[in-house]
Design a protein around this ligand. Structure first.
Ligand code: SF4
Length: 118
C-alpha cells in the first residue's frame, strides 16, 4: 500500500537533524549561493579537515569525503532541523523542499506496527 506524507513533521523532528549527506547535495547549494543552507552543514575534505559548508567552492566538491546535517553557524550540532517549519494550520513544511538533501528526498513515511508514524 502506498503511503503519503501527511505533513505531521514527526519524521523530520525525530531524524532530520543527525543525517549524513553526499557531496552531490552540495552542488545546487554552492551553485545557487545558498549560504543560508550551507552554514548549517559540516563538511570533511580529503585532507581530513572539517569546515563549514559555506566555505566550499565548486572546485572543492570532488574532494568532499563527508557531509553532516545539521549544525548551527558556530559549528554546534543541532537537535532539530533548522528548515522544518510549523505552519498556523499545524502542518509541517520543509522550507528548502525544492533543494532538500538526498536523504530527505529519498525518505518515505511508513506506518509502524504501533501506529506511531504515518
Ligand atoms: S531538510 Fe526538510 S525534509 Fe529534510 S529534515 Fe529538514 S525539514 Fe525535513
Amino acid at each position: 500500500m502506498v503511503q503519503y506524507c501527511k505533513q505531521c513533521g514527526r519524521c523530520c523532528e525525530r531524524w532530520g537533524w543527525g543525517q549524513e549527506g553526499t557531496a552531490d547535495d552540495l552542488v545546487p547549494w554552492v551553485a545557487g549561493g545558498r549560504r543560508d543552507i550551507l552554514l548549517h552543514v559540516a563538511v570533511r575534505l580529503a585532507s581530513g579537515h572539517w569546515t563549514r559548508g559555506d566555505s566550499i567552492r565548486e572546485e572543492d566538491i570532488p574532494s568532499v569525503t563527508r557531509v553532516l546535517y545539521w549544525q548551527d553557524p558556530g559549528g554546534r550540532h543541532l537537535r532539530s532541523c533548522p528548515f522544518l517549519e510549523r505552519r498556523g494550520d499545524g502542518l509541517a513544511a520543509c522550507t528548502i523542499h525544492s533543494v532538500r538533501p538526498a536523504v530527505c528526498r529519498e525518505y518515505s513515511p511508513w506506518r509502524c506496527t504501533d501506529g506511531d508514524y504515518l
